[in-house]
Design a binder for this molecule. Structure first.
Ligand code: SF4
Ligand code: SF4
Length: 287
């Protein structure tokens, strides 16, 4: 049985750690293999703070150098992660090379990936071998009829799927990824975007299923309606609706309630993000 990674210094998995332990997201993954109905990755506005947004994209070597320079300025960093701006596993070569370089230079660093799960199953052994300690999978539904309303398309190799077949493929890969990560001793959080009128009556089933497969934590994130997306007209769920979803899901799996909806180049403490301040450094490293 693999060792359990130290989660006490991961600010997302352990709320107490958020006061003193920071994270840096390395934006090495520009492409995505799906189109979620709530995602628009075109915009990089400094007033926006949400996944998918970054001030620049780095190669693996640039990311390793950037991390070294960030650590000089922000020694509280305990976690290096890849959270976009696309999906790490749609950029598997860059993701794995970044992991390898960082693991060489920083053997004690926690390493975290955030993925939709579609491209993860073939790389599970490589992720474990390169020292991934934590992973987040975004699973919005465990019923393909529901998730079919949340994905515009899903691309597997050269084939683009839509509708229910796309949703079935996603679900199969996500559950395989979750099971495989847990089997390899990687601690898994599941993110679920709460979309009123689509999956708001379904989160408890998601919680029950992912808990049964060994996920440790669930993060229910209210939809942040974004312009030029199919779900732009859906209203953001109320705090009461989010609270009720967390209460129902919490009967099955521990709930995260301190998520800051970070950018793909987030850096620093969760409550003191320095991505804006360190954007010039990121751009310099990206040249
Ligand atoms: Fe956007 Fe992430 Fe969905 Fe890809 S997986 S479309 S980057 S939200
Ligand atoms: Fe942690 Fe949420 Fe930020 Fe991801 S988006 S790094 S889970 S606080």
């Amino acid at each position: 049985m693999p060792c359990t990674p130290d989660t006490t210094s991961h600010p997302c998995f352990t709320e107490k750690a958020a006061q003193s332990c920071g994270r840096v997201h390395l934006p090495v993954a520009p492409k995505c293999n799906v189109l979620c109905g709530y995602c628009n990755r075109k915009y990089d506005c400094v007033n926006e703070s949400r996944p998918g947004v970054t001030s620049g994209v780095l190669t693996p070597a640039q990311a390793a150098d950037y991390l070294d320079r960030v650590l000089e300025r922000e020694p509280a960093i305990r976690v290096a992660g890849i959270a976009g701006p696309g999906d790490p596993m749609a950029n598997a070569a860059a993701t794995l090379e970044t992991l390898r370089l960082i693991r060489q230079r920083h053997p004690d660093m926690l390493f975290c990936l955030s993925s939709n799960g579609l491209g993860m199953p073939p790389h599970l052994d490589a992720l474990a071998a390169n020292g991934v300690t934590h992973a987040t999978l975004t699973i919005n539904a465990v019923d393909p009829d529901i998730s079919a309303r949340l994905y515009t398309w899903v691309r597997d190799g050269k084939v683009v799927w839509r509708g229910r077949p796309a949703a079935e493929l996603m679900l199969e890969r996500q559950l395989t990824a979750l099971t495989g990560l847990v089997q390899r001793g990687i601690v898994v959080k599941v993110n679920t975007i709460l979309v009123p009128g689509i999956n708001d009556g379904h989160v408890e089933q998601v919680a029950e299923k992912v808990a049964a497969l060994g996920a440790t934590l669930m993060n229910i994130i209210p939809l942040h309606p974004t312009h030029d997306t199919p779900l732009a007209q859906v209203a953001e769920p109320s705090p009461e609706a989010v609270g009720e979803a967390r209460r129902l899901a919490g009967a099955h799996i521990r709930q995260m309630t301190h998520c800051r909806r970070c950018r793909a180049d987030a850096v620093g403490l969760l409550h003191h993000d320095r991505s804006r301040e360190l954007a010039p450094l990121l751009r310099e490293c990206a040249q």
